[in-house]
Design a binder for this molecule. Structure first.
Ligand SMILES: *Cc1c(COP(=O)(O)O)cnc(C)c1O
Length: 235
């Protein structure tokens, strides 16, 4: 059995190696450790060994963890970041925005409208408000009923995000559609990112790659890796 520290180190080494092979700087890649289904103690252990970015996919689980960490005073709030990576119901937006620095799962018009509504109000009322970073989640399947923006609709959707002064558009996010298909999926995500950057030059980030495919994602320009089990172990 390997320890958490060993797995964290090993994943970091693999990221560096994959970056070297792709002639990229590891500084341009952020490792988000997805801590869902694990107790807050795991987040504290990860902080101890140098992790600074954490991913969660359910508000009911994420918010108590975030509040615990904040109250524990274990480290300054400015030392770490929460990334919300799961499907976000509109009625949870207010809650998620109390702790999330980034939302990776902006996947539909109704969620965008709710985010704009809530952040616009916060901007007026909260003294130290800072706009949350958002990633537009892409739907890489042929089924429009699945969550996510169809790649061909990226431009009008991005325009609507950019029109909101209370959101910071970071880039695109995707989950590979099928096991074994990541290579072409991630290349497609890269192309959509290029298209987005012609519209929004600052929106360079690509959130792609999980435990099974992060090295492939790095080859295709991923800047934010969302890695769970390879580091946290199964649960
Ligand atoms: C759980 C999750 C991950 C991490 O998956 P692993 O296979 O455990 O690395 C990444 N992204 C999202 C959206 C997730 O829900």
């Amino acid at each position: 059995m390997s320890s958490l520290a060993e797995r964290f180190l090993q994943v970091n080494q693999k990221i560096e190696q994959a970056c070297t092979e792709a002639s990229r700087s590891a500084d341009d890649v952020t490792l988000i450790v997805v801590t869902k289904n694990h107790p807050v103690q795991l987040v504290e252990d990860l902080l101890q060994i140098g992790a600074r970015d954490f991913g969660e996919n359910r508000d009911q689980e994420a918010r108590p963890k975030a509040e615990h960490l904040l109250a524990s005073g274990i480290t300054a709030r400015s030392d770490y970041r929460w990334h919300f990576v799961g499907q976000l119901q509109s009625n949870k937006v207010k809650s998620v925005l109390t702790y999330a620095d980034y939302i990776h799962s902006l996947d539909r018009d109704s969620l965008l409208h709710e985010l704009i509504k809530v952040t616009t109000r916060m901007q007026a009322e909260v003294p130290d408000f800072s706009a949350p970073g958002v990633f537009i989640q892409l739907n890489l399947t042929d089924d429009p009923g699945r969550g996510g923006i169809q790649p061909e609709n990226i431009e009008p959707f991005a325009d609507a995000v950019l029109a909101a002064g209370s959101l910071k558009l970071c880039g695109v996010m995707a989950v590979a559609s099928l096991e074994g298909n990541s290579e072409s999926d991630f290349e497609r995500v890269y192309q959509v990112s290029q298209k987005l950057q012609r519209l929004a030059p600052h929106a360079k980030s690509i959130s792609a790659g999980m435990s099974n495919d992060f090295e492939i994602a790095i080859r295709h320009g991923a800047t934010h890796l969302r890695i769970g089990t390879a580091i946290t172990g199964n649960r």
